[in-house]
Design a protein around this ligand. Structure first.
Ligand code: APR
Ligand code: PHB
Length: 406
């Protein structure tokens, strides 16, 4: 892959859509707008290499795959992405295959790392000559309720102003966009889970052809992958746990105790390329549009990774925002602006529910004791052995359809 050059364009002073954040949301929206002839500038706090250094999940719904292709960034994904028509589960070591293609009416997912999606979008953006200002510090949003919103930022020790028609807040949970909305106008919901995921990446062959979501009395585990030679594993740890408490050896030993015995037998272990703990939380900001500001992706919602929905939810926000901007700039349809929040929230809450449900079903809650564990076992048993249950999991896992603007 070519090195991502930090674009050192002369600082633009005006654009149509100012995008804050060069993660998947910002890059995907930027690429789609550029292809539609709608001018946009991305302001990113970090360097491109830093953004590419983030380890993130990589299960793509069909809608996300289609959008990446529409953005002209799907060539490597189509070549290297792994089509998965099944996903597996286990409960106390009992292994079950779920045919998500059969139970979703013919759909599947593509396993392709988010880092690779980001890299592909960055490269396409560079080829298109669209402007990304990396290392843009102290980004501030101004006059978002007026007809002349603008953004200011520091770059190379200079203060810059970017006038725009609209601002797309793609700056993740900790970015400035959501915080620019008056606190009395924001409607927020949050649930924090009492555990995190300790993840390990290794250049070892995946233990199973499909992903395996493992519920166990010792705690949840997930066996995933990035390629036929690179594996990604997770185990549930208490929210008070620290990465310093874990060696690779301890990780592999604990993983083997939570996955089906036949998989533990054949598991190939190896040095960790990366080990880290991520907390689990559900969060929704229902104010996804305010004045000329639109929130997309993690700036508006966070889901526990159990349902593999984070990137896919970001992509569905991008789909709606992109089609809205095309309607506005090509047909003057500003009347459709309220539809953005309506459409996004309907899908966000369904994905938040599925991610919450998978988390509650598959993780060990010490506080719930033996009773809750038996109820979890009964619920798992019903869903994995009934057509209705398998259909429900499959339809949500492959992704619910995108809703049209009108
Ligand atoms: N100024 C400019 N950029 C910022 C600022 C800021 N003040 N704060 C954050 N950013 C940038 C971050 O550096 C990051 O590159 O915004 C980007 C936000 O990207 P993500 O957090 O990846 O969010 P998003 O693009 O919505 O993608 C969501 O990424 O985090 C995963 O699990 C999540 O898969 C989901 C996907
Ligand atoms: C991953 O491969 O990192 C991954 C896959 C599926 C998930 C979460 C993470 O649900």
């Amino acid at each position: 892959m070519t090195e991502i050059e930090e674009t050192n364009h002369k600082a633009p002073t005006k654009t149509q859509v100012a995008i804050i954040g060069a993660g998947p949301s910002g890059l995907l929206l930027g690429q789609l707008l550029t292809k539609a002839g709608i001018d946009n500038v991305i302001l990113e706090r970090q360097t491109g290499e830093y953004v590419l250094g983030r380890i993130r999940a990589g299960v793509l719904e069909q809608g996300t795959v289609n959008l990446i292709r529409e953005a002209g960034a799907g060539a490597r994904m189509d070549k290297e992405g792994l089509i998965h028509t099944h996903t597996d589960f286990s409960f106390q070591g009992e292994h079950y295959q779920l045919d998500i293609e059969k139970y979703s009416g013919g759909k599947h997912v593509v396993v392709y790392g988010q880092t690779e999606v980001t890299r592909d979008l960055m490269e396409e953006r560079e080829k298109a000559g669209a402007i990304t200002i990396y290392e843009a510090d102290s980004v501030k949003l101004h006059d978002i309720e007026s007809d002349q919103p603008y953004v200011t930022y520091q770059h190379n020790d200079e203060l810059h102003r970017l006038d725009c028609d609209y601002i797309a807040g793609c700056d993740g949970f900790h970015g400035p966009s959501r915080k620019a909305i008056p606190s009395n106008k924001i409607e927020e919901y949050e649930k924090v889970y009492p555990f995190g995921w300790l993840g390990l990446m290794s250049d070892t062959p995946p233990v199973n052809d499909e992903l395996v979501y493992c519920a166990h009395e010792r705690g949840f585990a997930l066996c995933s992958m990035r390629s036929p030679t690179r594996s990604r594993y997770y185990i549930q740890v208490p929210d008070t746990d620290k990465i310093e408490n874990w060696t690779e050896e301890r990780f592999w030993k604990e993983l083997k105790r939570r996955i089906p015995p036949e998989m533990a037998e054949r598991l190939v272990t190896g040095p960790a390329l990366e080990m880290s703990i991520a907390p689990l939380r559900s969060y929704v900001c229902e104010t996804m549009q305010y004045g000329k500001l639109f929130l997309l992706g993690d700036s508006a919602h966070i889901v526990p990774p159990t349902g593999a929905k984070g990137l896919n939810l970001a992509a569905s926000d991008v789909d709606t925002a992109y089609r809205l901007f095309v309607k506005i700039y090509k047909e003057g349809r500003t009347d459709l602006i309220p539809r953005y929040q309506e459409i996004c929230l309907a899908r966000v809450w369904k994905a938040v529910r599925f991610s919450w449900w998978m988390t509650m079903l598959l993780h060990r809650f010490e506080s719930g004791g033996r009773f809750d564990f038996r109820v979890q076992q009964a619920e798992f048993d019903y869903f994995i052995h009934s057509d209705a249950g398998k259909t429900t999991i499959a339809e949500n896992y492959v992704g619910l359809p995108f809703e049209a603007l009108e």
